[in-house]
Design a binder for this molecule. Structure first.
Ligand code: ADP
Ligand code: MG
Length: 485
């Protein structure tokens, strides 16, 4: 467990996250307007979204299905009756003057989510609830010198607010929680998880307490943190700030804070005393939502294999470590890529090539696995060329680099560039003999007991064969050549 070391002792972080996930759906929660990202301002706004007088909301059945699917993916209680309420507040980008949300009776109740930590262990984090609500519009402050513009394209888009229990204890755990939640949402197809486009936004609640204390301290809520890295940074900053206040004899005021990513700090936005009284009440335009249990069951039957189940299968079928398995199942596309390459091949070797070589290359190129210049089929072929001795590990890396650059098949690269490893004994014996003659002085030293020089001879042979000599064979023949084999 990781604690914060203060001047007067150790402190424990207590963290709960509220994640707003935009529902993947073609139209909005209560209107038929499009949800496509990036359209020109105010081109995807129905009269319901603009709150024209007399307009009535009509619930989008698909959004409800998506919320149920997500609840089931989080092993959560599905509430067969839930209620939409009006959350009243004024904001320029909220033309209704209220947001339709769920409060006392959310569609999804308690669930859980297992987070995967870097040391290979997992912890279960409680989910408090998931409810459906409308997104607001967006104020654009940078479009003119003297005016703020309002874009209502986002107004009315369906969001799932997913609230965790205060079960998280570190920035690493919070980051792992968001990653896992995103993996589940993507796997279910209920949210694209795109944090840059704002499809996934996170409010971080954090309080501190002395190690050993079991009651909760007073928390602050940091609003709208929009990347996993910022979640981690905001937690570290805020934890240190609160410890500083507490150790100086101060008290934490419950308040809403903002994360300033440019300055790397949180700052006060409004205190609880200024907090809104939203005057929630059931929306009179909408009936309570009741679900048919058989329909919920149909959705349950249609769930895909979820990341945890896939992880367990990768550990048991392929013999991977829990950590490697969790890395590979984080994205559905990565898991599928891995499985295609692993078919009939050595799974641990495949894991290394995918998570080290391929991930490294994709990171450098800034592309996802869907756009990988090297297909699963091509990577498999490369591994086969290693398995049958055509390529050494070292040559395989060279071929891999050419594949990345040219998109050519490995077999063709080997043929055209003559990268086949040299396993011809006669050829290698000749190369070794040449090296030993050219370094006669070193050979004498070696024979006098300087064993370390063996590596030098190997290096020379490799060099003279352009890196193509089979390393095992070089070792064997070199020992023979030096009279020690
Ligand atoms: P609100 O509705 O005011 O946002 P909630 O009780 O719904 O308050 O809590 C919101 C989030 O804050 C939840 O994720 C919860 O786990 C977390 N939370 C509640 N109390 C604390 C606390 N003392 N320290 C840290 N997190 C907390
Ligand atoms: Mg809150």
């Amino acid at each position: 467990m990781s604690y914060v070391q203060g001047r007067t002792g150790e402190w424990e972080r207590v963290i709960g996250l509220e994640v707003h996930a935009q529902v993947t759906a073609q139209s909005k929660l209560f209107s038929g307007a499009s949800t496509v990202f990036g359209a020109a301002p105010n081109t995807q706004v129905s009269s319901v979204d603009a709150a024209f007088p007399g307009m009535l909301p009509v619930l989008n059945r698909f959004c409800v299905e998506q919320a149920v699917r997500t609840g089931l993916g989080l092993q959560a209680q599905i509430n067969l009756t839930s209620v939409f309420e009006r959350k009243n507040y004024f904001y320029p980008d909220l033309p209704q003057g209220y947001q339709i949300s769920q409060f006392q009776h959310p569609i999804v109740g308690k669930g859980e989510l297992a987070i995967d930590l870097a040391d290979g262990t997992s912890r279960t984090i409680g989910i408090t609830r998931l409810h459906l609500e409308q997104d607001a519009g967006k104020s654009l402050h940078d479009q003119g010198d003297h005016a703020t513009f309002v874009d209502l394209n986002r107004s009315g888009i369906a969001l799932m607010e997913i609230v965790s229990e205060p079960d998280l204890r570190s920035a690493e755990e919070a980051a792992a929680y968001v990653k896992k939640l995103r993996a589940i949402l993507r796997c279910l197809g209920t949210c694209d998880g795109n944090m840059e486009e704002g499809s996934l936004r996170c409010d971080v609640n954090l309080s501190m307490r002395r190690v050993g204390v079991t009651t909760l301290g007073t928390r602050c809520e940091i609003k709208n943190v929009n990347s996993i890295r910022f979640v981690a940074q905001a937690i570290e900053y805020e934890a240190a700030r609160q410890v500083e206040v507490l150790e100086n004899g101060g008290t934490i005021v419950q308040e809403t804070r903002l994360w300033d990513s440019a300055k790397g700090e949180t700052r006060s936005m409004r205190s609880k005393e200024e907090a809104h009284d939203y005057r929630y009440f059931p929306d009179p335009d909408l009936l309570p939502l009741t679900l048919d249990p058989a329909w919920v069951e149909t959705i349950r039957q249609s769930l895909p294999e979820l990341p945890d189940a896939k992880k367990a299968r990768f550990v048991s079928t392929y013999g991977l470590t829990p950590y490697d398995a969790s890395v590979l199942v984080a994205e559905t596309a990565t898991a599928a890529f891995f499985e295609e390459v692993a078919k009939g091949r050595e799974a641990r070797l495949v894991t290394t090539w995918v998570t080290v070589e391929l991930f490294g290359a994709l990171n450098r190129l800034g592309v996802g696995i869907e756009d990988s210049p090297i297909s699963a089929h091509a990577l498999g072929e490369l591994l086969d060329l290693m398995a049958d001795g055509t390529l050494s590990g070292r040559l395989a890396k060279d071929v891999f680099a050419v594949m990345l650059e040219t998109g050519q098949a490995p077999g063709r690269i080997v043929e055209e560039r003559g990268l086949r490893q040299v396993t011809d004994t006669g050829e290698l014996e000749k190369a070794i003999a040449d090296v030993l003659v050219a370094s006669a002085d070193k050979v004498a030293e070696y024979k006098a007991g300087k064993d370390k020089l063996f590596g030098f001879f190997v290096g020379q042979v490799m060099k003279s064969t352009g890196g193509k000599a089979n390393p095992d064979l070089v070792n064997k023949l070199l020992k023979k050549g030096l009279g020690v084999g």
